[in-house]
Design a protein around this ligand. Structure first.
Ligand SMILES: [Zn+2]
Length: 300
């Protein structure tokens, strides 16, 4: 499943290859791809045809591309995308054969490469949404954000991320630290893989109660999150000058630096203890039994 670094790689690809181009045609190949566009497929197509994508932005795992009229004035709306479990946004030559799971195709007035939304499991989707306070042309600023994304917390990689505020909010919660990391209202963009990697770096078991963590432990955890996201982004960055806007690098670049995720029974890179796999929130969690001891049960 794409997490923050993968979605950021996609955003960079879109900024490079799609921003500034004007949509000629939109073809919706599967209604599920636009199911969150409540006015329907035809309305989705009409809202995009003839519009220009002005930029590519990201908040958490969502992407949005603001739209402009042909004269360059903003429409007040944006194309918002979420990749779900398996979604890909690909920039390809029109002559390239259609992918088996092609869900939507955008062609451009310059006749160049198409933007294709490919999604095997169809958990991802596209929607055109009015920006907050939007409506008529020119009413919204370039810094606006689609309302459905407004609740998502700022990324830990963003310079405006509030470290002290995050630390206080985490320690106020009565929950397990891994749940807090996965809570997109507390911290954006961290999924199962990077949560496990950050917890290993901070030597914390995911079931540790957040209200018992010290400021130093939360600070170590945040450093772990930032480092692992930054390193993953750097790895993803190696391939994004290719025209294939890759989000499926999991078997490639992920495996090279993962310390614990998916590494059950392999030695911990720090101490050599075999990595354990546990069930957590219906998924697998990976940790080192020595570096990350389970918390003692709370007294009731
Ligand atoms: Zn270890």
């Amino acid at each position: 499943m794409p997490e923050l670094p993968e979605v950021e790689v996609v955003r960079r690809g879109l900024a490079q290859w799609v921003a500034g181009r004007t949509v000629a045609t939109v073809e919706v190949r599967h209604p599920r791809a636009v199911r969150r566009h409540l006015e329907g497929s035809e309305h989705f197509v009409a809202a995009l045809t003839g519009r220009t994508f002005t930029a590519a932005h990201r908040r958490g795992k969502y992407l949005w591309l603001p739209l402009a009229e042909s004269d360059g004035s903003p429409t007040g709306a944006a194309l918002v995308g979420h990749l779900g479990m398996s979604g890909q946004l690909l920039v390809e030559k029109p002559s390239q054969p259609d992918e088996t799971h092609l869900r939507a195709r955008f062609t451009f007035t310059d006749g160049g490469r198409e933007l294709r939304f490919v999604d095997q499991r169809t958990f991802g989707g596209l929607v055109v949404e009015e920006m907050a306070g939007g409506g008529g042309a020119g009413e919204t600023t370039a810094g606006g954000i689609p309302p459905r994304l407004a609740h998502i917390a700022i990324d830990p990689l963003d310079a405006s991320f509030d470290e002290a505020g995050f630390s206080a909010a985490v320690r106020r919660r009565h929950t397990e630290v891994k749940r807090a990391l996965l809570d997109q209202t507390l911290i954006g963009g961290v999924g199962n893989i990077y949560a496990d990697e950050a917890l290993w770096r901070a030597r914390l078991h995911g079931a540790r109660p957040t209200d018992k963590l010290t400021r130093g432990q939360v600070s170590d955890l945040l450093e772990g999150v930032r480092d692992v996201l930054g390193e993953a982004l750097a790895q993803g960055g190696t391939s994004f000058d290719s025209l294939y806007v890759d989000v499926n690098g999991q078997s490639g670049y992920f495996s090279r630096f993962l310390a614990v995720y998916g590494q059950a029974d392999r030695p911990c890179p720090r101490c050599g203890t075999p990595i354990r796999r546990e069930s957590f929130m219906n998924r697998s969690s990976y940790s080192c039994p020595t570096c990350q001891p389970r918390p003692r049960a709370r007294r009731s």
